[in-house]
Design a protein around this ligand. Structure first.
Ligand code: F6P
Length: 542
């Protein structure tokens, strides 16, 4: 897979053949029958770590399936690859990079020397600078150019430089400073930046321009717009008090006109979608403070340690990743709905879309050979109970099987009457109905008119994982994100793909630049006939 590890085709392993046979033998076995015939199932199909409890008893798996999946991980070198990742091996071969997001949350005093550099020491130098800056903004000792304290923070970034901090800002609102409001601008649609700027006062606004490369079209365009807005109102000299950058590219930051003293760096071994715990989380740190951010990092780290040390059958990311491979390749389920029963996690599915699909949406292995099996599932979702009144109809009775991750937060930060119990009752009810369904006999026994019986039958047999946490605090959010990061890793390692590159997004960007050039130069298309026709129509309607 890297220079240090060969790529293994998982479908040639003995475990893969075994799993194929198991899937065949389970063809007529439903989740309901698995649950009803084995009351102890929950005991060996659930595990806890880093304050997260994972229950796979509503998955269509047996102890034999689980054992064969663990053998698949053994035979595809998952453990060696995990250790290589955590020790700084270049496991992203197409970019020849290490993959070290786990170093971002190692405690100060740990040492990890990669290519002659102690990366943990470097991480803590940046964390300390971020901490001083974030606390200065929070206390009001960092002011804008007119001496007023900062009341609004606008994070301008896209993809990994937006989704994590935007998700965390909502998730951790109960722990955030109340006198600063946060805006996240990502889209090049001018509505996005203009909405944020309209809501803010230049004199009390801090703009964080977050971009690993500092070349991303959307981010640089929005950052230039925000800069113009500020300079118009307060003059050029105000920029250093109102603009900071988060990037790996000091040269481009300086070129843009942000003082590199006001830049918070990170490293090429942090992938964009794995960066919310790097300086990309500066807005999160301003919201929840240096200590809150440190708690979040402790949650990430606790899950990292669990992933590295817990035995496979009690290891949350391993169990989750193995189940995902089983569902995708052996039960041929193409999609997973992420259903957090927490309004604070309303952007968690969107965050996971990038993490899962940009990582594992690949159809060649790391050595360039085409895969002969399915890889990354489609992830999507909405918080419950809202989704129940929208797309759950298809989850329950549609012709495609959708797997679900139901996330339950036991304690509300805003208790109100018995609403939290109502919320959790709904989560558990949905998990049960998706997995078990309702037979025609059961429906008829309710006195349902015969003509309606087929409409009310619930096929069930939809695999569900239930994740439960005590409360959604910074520690738990870190642990949850790390859980999904490592689950994605396990899947990618089994499939033999490079989960850390994203070549598939490049061509669209290049073609867009060509079309933009044609627009600006008032040139006729000269693209393909379909694009030319759309361009002509756009010009007429514009
Ligand atoms: O185009 C995809 C992508 O490269 C993501 O992987 C990344 O998170 C995002 O764009 C933003 O990139 P940057 O942080 O360099 O602006």
């Amino acid at each position: 897979m890297s220079a240090d590890q060969d790529v293994i085709d998982p479908s040639t392993t003995a475990a893969w053949q075994e799993l194929g046979a198991l899937a065949y033998s389970l063809h007529d076995t439903t989740i309901r029958s698995l649950i009803d015939t084995d009351p102890s199932r929950e005991e060996y199909l659930s595990a806890s770590g880093a304050r997260v409890h994972l229950d796979l008893s509503r998955q269509r798996v047996t102890a034999d399936v689980l054992a064969a999946l663990v053998r698949l991980a053994d035979q595809t070198g998952v453990w060696e690859r995990r250790d290589l990742m955590m020790s700084g091996g270049h496991i992203n071969p197409t970019e020849d990079r290490a993959v070290l997001h786990t170093a971002l949350r190692r405690p100060s005093g740990d040492e990890l020397v990669v290519d002659g550099v102690d990366v943990v020491a470097d991480v803590h130098v940046v964390l300390d600078r971020m901490g001083r800056f974030a606390e200065a903004v929070r206390s009001g000792s960092w002011t804008g150019a007119t001496g007023q304290r900062i009341r609004s923070v606008i994070n301008i970034g896209i993809g990994g430089s937006d989704l994590g901090p935007a998700m965390a800002e909502i998730a951790l609102r109960a722990f955030a400073a109340e006198d600063v409001d946060f805006h996240f601008v990502s889209n090049v649609d001018p509505t996005d930046i203009s909405t944020a700027l309209t809501a803010c006062e230049p004199a009390t606004t801090l703009v964080i321009v977050a971009s690993k490369t500092f070349t991303t079209l959307e981010t640089m365009t929005n950052a230039a717009a925000a800069r113009g807005w500020l300079v118009n109102s307060l003059g050029e000299a105000a920029v250093p008090r109102h603009f900071v950058a988060v990037s790996t590219n000091a040269e481009k930051v300086a070129e843009f006109g942000i003082d590199t003293d006001n830049m918070f760096g990170f490293w090429d071994w942090v992938g964009g979608r794995y960066s919310m715990d790097s300086s990309v989380g500066l807005s999160t740190m301003i919201a929840i403070g240096r200590d809150g951010f440190a708690d979040m990092l402790r949650g990430f780290h606790a899950m990292d340690e669990h992933f590295q040390t817990a035995p496979a059958h009690a290891n949350l990311p391993v169990l989750m990743g193995l189940t995902a491979v089983w569902n995708r390749d052996f039960l041929t389920i193409p999609t997973t709905a992420v259903l957090p029963y927490s309004q604070y996690l309303s952007r968690f599915p969107a965050y996971l879309q990038q993490l899962t699909m940009e990582s594992n949406g690949k159809s060649v292995r790391a050595d360039g050979a085409p895969v002969g099996y399915e890889t990354g599932a489609i992830y999507w979702g909405e918080p419950g109970t809202n989704g129940q009144h929208s797309f759950y109809q298809l989850l329950h009775q549609g012709t495609s099987t959708v797997a679900s991750d139901i996330i339950v937060v036991a304690r509300s930060e805003n208790p109100w009457g018995d609403q939290q119990d109502m919320l959790v009752a709904n989560a558990l009810a949905q998990a049960s109905v998706l997995a078990r369904g309702r037979t025609a006999e059961e429906v008829a026994a309710d006195g349902t008119p015969p003509a309606l019986v087929p409409h009310k039958v619930m096929p069930g047999n939809r695999p569900v994982s239930v994740l439960m946490v005590d409360r959604l605090d910074p520690f738990v959010l870190g642990a949850l994100v790390a859980l999904y990061e490592h689950s994605v890793f396990v899947q990618g390692a089994i499939w033999g793909i490079d989960s850390f590159d994203q070549w598939g997004v490049e061509l669209g960007k290049k073609v867009a630049m060509g079309i933009l050039d044609a627009m600006e130069e008032h040139r006729d298309g000269g693209f393909d006939p379909a694009t030319d026709a759309s361009l002509r129509l756009y010009r007429r309607l514009r």
